[in-house]
Design a protein around this ligand. Structure first.
Ligand SMILES: [Zn+2]
Length: 259
């Protein structure tokens, strides 16, 4: 007996997403065509100052120019902080990027600054952004952890915890890199969404080197209506010049602005 095969017709329905219909000559802008987000790069330090800061500034400037996603401006000194992170200054930008800041920066009204983030403005931090404002539990809660210590610079094989995020999707797995590896006063996992981590203590000269553990190195969190991203990498100039780290940051910036 012959079995008659039935053809299965698959109908694909294309849905056109709402295009504005007023002016037919103007198409809806794509993110790359819309105005770049105004991102203030803060490199102010009142504690240790990383020699990688000038490299960080030039890398972020080039990422801004090449991507068109954001326009970079800079806040370098404590007098810049007093002006640019005041209520009047914050009204002129869309987000902040703390690139290897250290210490108490002297933000005129830190509570107002944190409220500004909660109101929907992105905060992105690298490396010693967690070695910043040790005297403010509110700042440390926002960023997710407080820097505690580091050992010798070392090569690590970073595990990708969440590959579905724009900050991690460009990264190889494992992500092998040589940098200064931070440890934090408490493990932020549970308070934040961990993106990458180590599954053993870094081989940095510490007695526990190589022992199994959980050492988050980058994460994100929702903070009110604001998006917060932090990566512990970024001590060394070579890391800032590493295109993989640059893609990690650009993905984070796109995500933080919802692009
Ligand atoms: Zn460092």
């Amino acid at each position: 007996m012959l079995i008659k095969a039935h053809a299965l017709a698959v109908v694909v329905i294309g849905v056109l997403l709402g295009q504005a219909c007023g002016d037919s000559s103007a198409s809806a802008p794509t993110p790359s065509q819309s105005a770049p987000k105004r991102l203030l790069i803060v490199t102010t330090t009142t504690g240790f100052r990383h020699s990688s800061i000038p490299i960080a500034e030039s890398v972020l400037t080039r990422l801004a120019d090449d991507s068109g996603v954001f326009a970079a401006s800079f806040c370098r000194t404590t007098s810049d902080v007093a002006q640019l992170l005041s209520a009047a200054g914050l009204a002129t930008i869309d987000g902040v990027f703390f690139a290897n800041t250290t210490g108490n920066l002297g933000i005129p009204d830190l509570a107002a600054f944190l409220s500004w983030i909660r109101a929907g403005h992105p905060f992105i931090g690298t490396h010693s952004a967690t070695d910043t404002y040790h005297d403010s539990p509110e700042y440390l809660e926002m960023i997710g952890a407080e820097f505690a210590t580091h050992g010798n610079q070392t090569t690590v094989d970073i595990r990708i915890d969440d590959r579905g995020h724009p900050a991690t999707s460009p990264l190889p797995s494992p992500f092998r890199i040589f940098d200064e590896i931070y440890e934090f006063r408490s493990n932020p996992r549970g308070r934040v969404t961990v993106l990458v981590s180590l599954d053993r203590h870094p081989d940095d000269g510490h007695p526990e080197a190589g022992q199994p553990g959980d050492f988050p190195l980058a994460w994100h969190r929702q903070y009110g209506s604001g998006r917060v991203f932090y990566t512990a990498l970024g001590h060394r100039e070579e890391v800032w010049n590493d295109t993989r780290f640059q893609q990690h940051l650009l993905g984070a910036i796109r995500w933080a602005f919802g692009l």
